[in-house]
Design a protein around this ligand. Structure first.
Ligand SMILES: [Zn+2]
Length: 431
């Protein structure tokens, strides 16, 4: 197992700093190779191509992927049932597979460790190095997380402790006794470890050596990140991973403004209804095609997660585009005038105003044009002038993030929006 020998190096590999032209050449070489191999060796892929009327030679660059349908988790589950055990996606002889994971579904995922470096790349970017002693609190049973993260920490030279889930008391004791410097897990689990340690009478900053934490599986709320970093002096980084494709798709650098896309995958942001690719800053579904190894032939896997991407330089020096974070699931979004409005994203903006207690977004379609109304319930009685000012401020914040301007903002009386309510109500009729 190759361990990075120079800890002062900032980048894990040469892919991270490719120029735009070099990246295009790299993808245009890797993608057709992967597609050809999957078509020849994975019967399910051949069937998908044949049904779409596409031959593998037609997939030469990222844009060409639009010709193919999106395969979703539910499709994988169904296909593995009808064509057990791998649904026709295994693209190498089974005796060459070194491990098989189980994802909820169940979905059987054959993985070969050889050549897997994408998690290591993400730990490296988060500052994990030789000398770090790290507790890995993801499960080592069945699912890929535990063992893949463990090996990736070793690839960075760090010492890994296979803790798995649960046992907060033992975890806390181990962190203290072994002077653990790094945590790998979910933000909420780290918070419960800290709370438990405090209940046991410890002072985290005085009694523990924890310096950095790496999170996945749950998005890190800005307020929680602030608590970790400011109150407990723990440097944090997060990564976005999808088990069905066996890996980390995007990872934060120390710039902490978006997650760099991993060059071992082709990652598209698409309109989930049409499968068409979207441009920078447009919200759509994350769709993944691995181009890093030949084990698993899944092409255009639809994650169901919504995000957008940013182009432009990052101060860290990595050149890949950045994912802006996961802002919801495809089911939680409504398309208004061609743009996805995501409940959680709208909520972050609207409830950022402390005068507002609740809101509801109403989408209607009078005269064949989508209209969006924000119903805003205020905490206190407010003058008309203050409402006008608030409406203006809301518009100013809403539009750049949600990429669409509300047609109307209606201020409603306290108690008008019921306690249990839908954040987005789509009242359009398409008859
Ligand atoms: Zn960066």
């Amino acid at each position: 197992m190759a361990v990075k020998s120079k800890p002062e190096e900032e980048f894990f590999d040469k892919l991270e700093t490719m120029s735009a032209e070099a990246r295009e050449r790299y993808v245009n070489r890797k993608l057709p190779q992967t597609i050809k191999h999957a078509y020849q060796h994975a019967p399910a892929v051949k069937k998908i191509f044949n049904e779409a009327g596409v031959c593998p030679e037609q997939i030469r660059k990222i844009r060409d992927l639009e010709r193919l349908p999106i395969t979703r988790k539910t499709d994988l589950i169904e296909l593995q049932k009808t064509d057990p055990p791998y649904g026709g996606f295994l693209a190498i002889p089974v005796n060459e597979v070194d491990r098989i994971f189980l994802s909820p579904g169940p979905i059987y995922e054959p993985v070969q460790h050889a050549g897997i470096k994408w998690f290591a790349k993400s730990f490296w970017a988060a500052g994990f190095r030789k000398g770090d002693v790290v507790i890995n609190t993801f499960t080592y049973h069945m699912s890929p997380a535990g063992i893949l993260f463990h090996e990736a920490l070793r690839d960075c030279g760090a010492t890994a402790i296979p803790m798995g889930t649960g046992n907060t008391d033992i975890q806390g004791q181990t962190m203290r006794d072994l002077k653990v410097t790094g945590f790998v897990g979910t933000p909420s689990f780290l918070m419960s470890l800290i709370k438990r340690a405090e209940e046991m009478g410890y002072n985290l900053r005085r009694d523990f050596s924890l310096k950095r934490a790496w999170f996945t599986g749950e998005m890190l709320a800005p307020s929680l990140r602030n608590t970790f970093e400011e109150d407990y002096r723990i440097d944090t980084a997060q990564a976005y991973a999808v088990t069905e494709t066996g890996g980390a798709l995007a990872y934060e650098c120390r710039g902490k403004s978006g997650m760099h896309l991993m060059d071992e995958y082709v990652i598209e942001i698409v309109d989930p209804e049409t499968g068409k690719q979207l441009g920078p800053e447009e919200v759509g579904e994350i769709v993944v095609t691995p181009i890093h190894n030949k084990v698993w032939g899944v092409v255009r896997f639809g994650t169901g997660d919504l995000s957008s991407y940013l182009t432009g330089p990052c101060p860290c020096g990595r050149t890949a585009n950045r994912l802006t974070g996961i802002i919801g699931r495809t089911g939680d979004a409504v398309k208004v005038r061609g743009m996805f409005v995501v409940a959680r994203q709208a909520e972050q903006i609207i409830l950022g105003f402390e005068e507002i207690s609740r809101f509801q977004i109403l989408v209607t379609r009078p005269e064949q044009r989508d209209e969006m109304t924000l119903k805003i319930e205020l905490k206190h009685k407010t003058t008309e002038e203050d409402k006008r000012r608030l409406g203006k401020d809301l518009n100013k914040k809403f539009q750049p993030v949600c990429r669409i301007k509300p047609d109307r903002i209606d201020f409603v009386d306290t108690g008008t929006i019921p306690e249990q309510y839908q954040k987005i109500v789509d009242e359009r009729s398409w008859k």
